[in-house]
Design a binder for this molecule. Sequence first.
Ligand code: NAG
Ligand code: NAG
Ligand code: NAG
Length: 295
Amino acid sequence: MKITWFLGLLLIASAVTAQSLYPHDEEVQIINGEEHVQTPFGLMLRECVHNVPSGTYIQESEDGSIFLTNDEKNFAKRVQKSEKCQKANPSIKLEQWIDNGGWDLPAKTPLSKFEAYYYVPNTPQTTNNQWLYYFIGSQNNDGSGPGVSIIQPVLSYFKGWYFQSWNCCPDGQAFNSPSIFNITPHDQVYGSVQVKDSQVTIISQNKLGEQSTLTVDRNGRNFTWIDATLEIYGISNCTDYPKGRMTYSQMNVTLSDGTIALPEWDNTFGASECNGQTFIQGPKTISIYHNVIPE
Ligand SMILES: *[C@@H]1O[C@H](CO)[C@@H](O)[C@H](O)[C@H]1NC(C)=O
Ligand SMILES: *[C@@H]1O[C@H](CO)[C@@H](O)[C@H](O)[C@H]1NC(C)=O
Ligand SMILES: *[C@@H]1O[C@H](CO)[C@@H](O)[C@H](O)[C@H]1NC(C)=O
């Protein structure tokens, strides 16, 4: 009862400000009679994408259902196992990642913590319903645990800037926390992923300190690969990209044995359209440029 009432208030609040906490959910696309929404994992069946309050703990159970709990927000939900979602599991396609630095962590020392400041780029000159996703993130690319999982604080642009924590795709389901707004070009926003005991916490925070977080049960996964990326959908003109740079800076990587690592980033994707360039400036700094020739 309380939850419905609370969600009702949220809906009213977002209608008034015209800013949805879950912008993808306002842009439903019907494909083959099924509702789909845009996510950092491509278009997904809407029923496989779950909008949860900040601070929600996501726990897989052995029977394929997922428990969502958030005592502080008085929120609890069981997501039933869904063969439909399992079948449509995007299992982390990289086709839409266009600019990227990636690094395999040293063997036997998976990730403990990865944090970065994101320098928010200029707002694109044109808005053609493009989606831009800038994120640092990590994956269990070593086959540990039940399937690949990605954890990422995602700075997004869709008709405006917002910041959300995402996890995909235990049992084909994706989870996202409410958007943080008050993000303007040239801000430094903060993102982190941290593995502690059996839990992984994903933090998205703006310069005012407003946070949106998710915590995910580690479930035997070792996070063995990290990346700093730009992913795009629906670009129809170079002016749909920001002009100039976006920068991941002061990146800190801590390994499971407590040592600080200095990543040797690999720019596997190379140059991209519209003068796209990924500059590995050092272990702690990566810049992504579009629409300018960098000096
Ligand atoms: C990385 O560590 C340095 C030194 O402790 C700190 O000054 C910096 O703020 C950290 N970076 C982030 C993104 O928090
Ligand atoms: C995960 O990493 C730890 C070392 O931190 C190792 O002991 C364990 O065997 C690894 N698990 C898997 C499934 O690879
Ligand atoms: C792309 O954007 C430029 C600059 O805004 C504009 O002149 C041009 O017509 C656009 N092209 C297309 C195909 O939309």
